[in-house]
Design a protein around this ligand. Structure first.
Ligand SMILES: N[C@@H](CCC(=O)N[C@@H](CS)C(=O)NCC(=O)O)C(=O)O
Length: 350
């Protein structure tokens, strides 16, 4: 008999705990951040716990249990603010650049990974027969107790019938599918070129941007067969990077390991321009749609029509990005603006 963890035990023993699954990019992102930062943790799969645990609303993964203002553990989600909370609580091995202007670029790339690259992740997984088949046969095994073939088949059908209609949330449809794929190809080509001379996105130590990309790549490069083949064909270094970012507990980072704002690699500027080409116009069109109460985002991205459901959460993301730039001193803001000029990302802050 397998002993399951009792909820009471989790609430009592003081170990940093979160619920997640290996098929969730944000779960993988956070586990990798904690490993790199050498913050001890416990990741719990749904089937490993019994009893009443606090639930997040909406119930997203990963869900962390963290003390609230009254000291009692409460459910907390949303990876980027969680990373910043851990930065405040544990100073060593930071994933945020020391230079405040570079820190905004780190946040911008992390947000692109979380909110745009995830479109590619969701699209490849649920738009191609081979990918749907693999996800349906494997995903349920990660969160459930041992199952017979019949039970697994039924669980797989349930997962795919729940996830496929959700393609509309990320905006994957017949009009946008080709835009998403072309953008993933460009991302791979740019990042592959970058990795020819750099270990990580912002130099010789990883930033939040790396963990955001890593989370999506655990699925795109290492799990879903269609995107995995595309990744291997175009970008073997990106495939390898995905393996190494999983556990960077052995890296010894130095303050001087970050790239210099005054001398950013051209490949990093190309990545920022790619974000300006596809993600910035989407964030702005989505903001307009939400503000005007439109039922659909209907815009042009990369020269082609883009339609999707408006997404209130991404207005919040845009707000965080703007707040991070607003918090800069005027000198830092000028250094940032000089880098963003004519990349398309400058439009986010006008
Ligand atoms: N912005 C959140 C996104 C988290 C998220 O979307 N999680 C997905 C799994 S990767 C989820 O839990 N979806 C709900 C479901 O599948 O039922 C973060 O950064 O953590």
């Amino acid at each position: 008999m397998v002993r399951t963890l009792d909820a009471e035990e989790i609430l009592r023993d003081g170990v940093l705990t979160f619920f997640g699954v290996p098929g969730s990019p944000y779960t993988r992102k956070m586990a990798a951040v904690l490993r790199y930062r050498r913050i001890p943790y416990r990741m719990v799969l749904g089937s490993q716990v019994t009893g009443n645990i606090p639930m997040a609303k909406p119930p997203l993964l990963p869900t962390f249990l963290l003390p609230g203002s009254d000291g009692r553990l409460e459910a907390v989600t949303d990876s980027t603010p969680l990373i910043d909370r851990f930065e405040r609580e544990v100073p060593h091995r930071s994933v945020r650049p020391l230079d405040p202007a570079l820190k905004v670029i780190d946040l911008l790339i992390e947000d692109y990974a979380d909110e745009w690259l995830t479109k590619a992740m969701f699209h490849y997984r649920w738009a191609y027969a081979a990918d749907i088949d693999k996800a349906s046969r494997v995903l349920p095994t990660w969160s459930r107790k041992p199952m017979s073939d019949e039970e697994l088949a039924a669980a797989g059908a349930m997962v795919s019938s729940r996830q496929i209609p959700r393609l509309r949330y990320v905006g994957s449809n017949e009009t946008t599918g080709p835009i998403i794929e072309a953008s993933y190809h460009r991302y791979l080509d740019i990042f592959e070129e970058h990795l020819k001379s750099h270990r990580y996105c912002l130099g010789a130590r990883p930033g939040g941007s790396d963990f955001g990309m890593f989370g999506q790549l655990t699925q795109l490069a290492h799990f879903d067969p269609t995107s995995m083949a595309v990744t291997m064909e175009r970008a073997p270094r990106v495939y390898g990077y995905t393996g190494s970012v999983e556990d960077l507990s052995g890296l010894e980072p130095e303050d001087s390991d970050w790239v210099e704002m005054s001398d950013l690699p051209s490949t990093l500027l190309a990545l920022v321009a790619e974000i300006g080409r596809v993600y910035a116009p989407l964030l702005l069109a989505n903001e307009r749609a939400i503000r005007s109460g439109a039922s659909e985002v209907d815009t042009v991205i990369d020269g082609a029509r883009w339609t999707q459901q408006p997404f209130a959460y991404q207005v919040k993301c845009l707000g965080w990005l703007r707040a991070s730039r607003d918090s800069l001193s005027s000198d830092d803001r000028q250094r940032l603006d000089r880098v963003l000029r004519d990349t398309g990302c400058d439009a986010l802050f006008q």
